[in-house]
Design a protein around this ligand. Structure first.
Ligand SMILES: [Fe+2]
Length: 541
């Protein structure tokens, strides 16, 4: 089924609003009226779906939501009234129930003056036996680095049922920081013109991002389930702070964190539920946890532990055995772990084939290859060189490279592995955050726990930004030789992942876009890998 809405018709009726402007400034965004940012849907169940829009007006405005089986809205199947309020930045969300299961549906919002939002398409989840379910996976879309071609490409597909965004939906930095001016793509200009710290800042950043036509198209064409990672608040955030949060100049973290969470919940098609699961008939359970702001303790700091130490080897061993393996160092809290571990067991016990854990950070371990420091160009910045040297020293002591991922929380990872093994789960982990594509076999000692499809970024730069002198092929070969669970990686290209979930196999595909530096939806290449029930190992296909 093709889904397209006549753009000329929208322009003619004046409904395109801000979308008609290629890159409006702050004033235009703040003063726009009516339906300013299209529509979105999310959190589907067998009989309900959450619908989202934004309607800006001087006063709070009551909108009518309509859901129909057809794009002409002849066969209405549900609806309801919802108010777009100034106190929620004029966004409006409504969950419509009593819907038919396993159905593609069209929806729109109608304002009191008769004006209408663009038409969106969504679907309810299937129940019973399901022969196939398609998933799209996205992460790390930094507007300054390029065009959201991955979103635009996926928006035109008709073999995906549900989009999942595992975070870094936007980046909080001030323009000029990440990307720096030499990396920035012309025309991809951000508002506000400073780092997002306050509620007004976060709201404006969402308002700027959500004008992107590819992102709007993706939201309009598919339901999405979404969870923030760190950049929706601040880089490397944890429950009590963030690397990119300076309390002295930016105020208390709890205030900033609350502002970031509030703006996210206003602007994304999500409810207030902290974590959730989705049942795809007997085919799969999708778990969507929260690993960033609820319970995560501060990332361990190896560089500081080594500072001033003359016996580096002894310091590394001490760090590994005391700090890194400290059981009080947590990624998920006890109540969320219980929810997840009980859920894995219950899913399997009820006869569900696949247990899909859609979360933020890479789970498979990654140690630095010994050639790492040789790869750095002579003019590599000091911080990059230092990070590489620390990574190398860490690898020699059996420590990982990135302590912000599951690699930094090994006790929690082991507990999750044991829960998955105890449940006899067919575990498939999905991740983002790293900006690169990884296919991991998750190993616990000699046990195979499951597999991981870790998605590359929509635009944010990956390892290639640090190791420009080394070919991605050589990088991948060295990484795979160093890391026993790593089956595939690509450290140079942007895009997204799709999953073809069937009872007898899950095929994952990393789609690599031809470019992000211009608006072009062409695909370069793709890479496929498969996992079959009970095998818990990626196969080439
Ligand atoms: Fe990112």
């Amino acid at each position: 089924m093709n889904f397209s809405v006549d753009r000329r018709a929208l322009v003619k009726t004046g409904l395109l609003g801000l979308g008609a402007l290629s890159m409006p400034g702050t004033a235009a965004i703040l003063t726009a009226q009516g339906f300013t940012h299209g529509v979105a849907s999310g959190e589907p169940s067998q009989n309900s779906v959450l619908l989202w829009t934004r309607y800006a007006a001087a006063n709070d405005t009551r909108l009518r939501a309509e859901l129909a089986r057809d794009i002409n809205f002849t066969h209405i199947v549900g609806g309801g009234d919802v108010t777009a309020r100034g106190e929620t930045d004029h966004t409006a969300k409504i969950t419509i129930g009593d819907l038919p299961a396993n159905s593609w549906l069209y929806y729109r919002f109608v304002a009191p003056d008769g004006s209408m939002s663009r038409i969106g398409r969504t679907r309810t989840l299937p129940q019973g036996d399901v022969s196939r379910f398609g998933i799209g996976l996205f992460s790390c879309s930094n507007m300054g680095f390029g065009w959201f071609n991955a979103y635009g490409h996926a928006a035109k597909r008709n073999d995906i049922d549900l989009m999942i965004h595992v975070g870094d939906y936007f980046y909080e930095y001030n323009p000029g920081k990440y990307p720096d001016p030499s990396q920035a793509v012309p025309g991809r200009i951000l508002q506000p013109d400073h780092e997002t710290v306050t509620l007004a800042d976060y709201r404006l950043r969402y308002a700027a991002y959500r004008l992107d036509e590819d992102l709007q198209a993706l939201h309009a064409a598919f339901p999405m389930i979404a969870r923030w990672d760190d950049h929706e608040s601040a880089n490397d955030s944890w429950k009590g702070g963030a690397e990119n949060h300076q309390p002295d100049s930016e105020g208390g973290w709890s205030v900033r964190k609350a502002a970031a969470e509030r703006a996210y919940r206003e602007w994304l098609p999500v409810s207030d539920r902290p974590w959730d699961s989705y049942q795809i008939g007997t085919l799969a359970t999708i778990f969507l946890p929260e690993t960033r702001l609820t319970a995560r303790t501060q990332q361990v700091d190896l560089a500081s532990a080594l500072k001033g130490k003359s016996d580096i080897q002894a310091a590394l061993t001490r760090f590994r055995d005391t700090v890194w393996l400290d059981p009080s160092h947590r990624l998920m809290g006890a109540d969320q772990e219980k929810w997840l571990f009980d859920g894995l067991a219950q899913s399997k016990k009820s006869g569900t084939q696949w247990q899909i854990l859609a979360q933020q950070v890479v789970m498979g371990p990654l140690s630095a290859p010994s050639a790492l420091t040789d790869w750095l160009p002579a003019d590599a910045p000091a911080y990059v060189r230092q990070r590489a040297m620390v990574g190398l020293a860490a690898a020699k002591a059996g420590l990982p490279f990135n302590f912000d991922s599951w690699d930094g929380y090994p006790v929690d990872r082991n507990r999750l592995y044991e829960a998955a093994l105890g449940a006899d789960a067919d575990l498939i982990v999905l991740a983002g955050d790293s900006h690169n594509a990884w296919g991991n076999n998750l190993l616990h000692g000699t046990d195979r726990v499951g597999v991981e499809f870790a998605g590359h970024s929509v635009t944010s730069p990956g390892y290639e930004a640090y190791f420009q002198a080394v070919s991605p092929t050589r990088t991948a070969k060295a990484l795979i030789e160093t890391n026993p669970g790593l089956a595939f990686c690509d450290t140079s290209r942007r895009g997204y992942v799709s999953l073809d979930v069937k009872p007898d196999a899950v095929d994952g595909t990393w789609h690599f876009m031809s470019t992000i530096r211009e608006h072009n939806l062409a695909l370069d290449t793709s890479k496929n890998m498969r996992v079959r029930p009970g095998v818990r190992m990626l196969e080439e296909i």
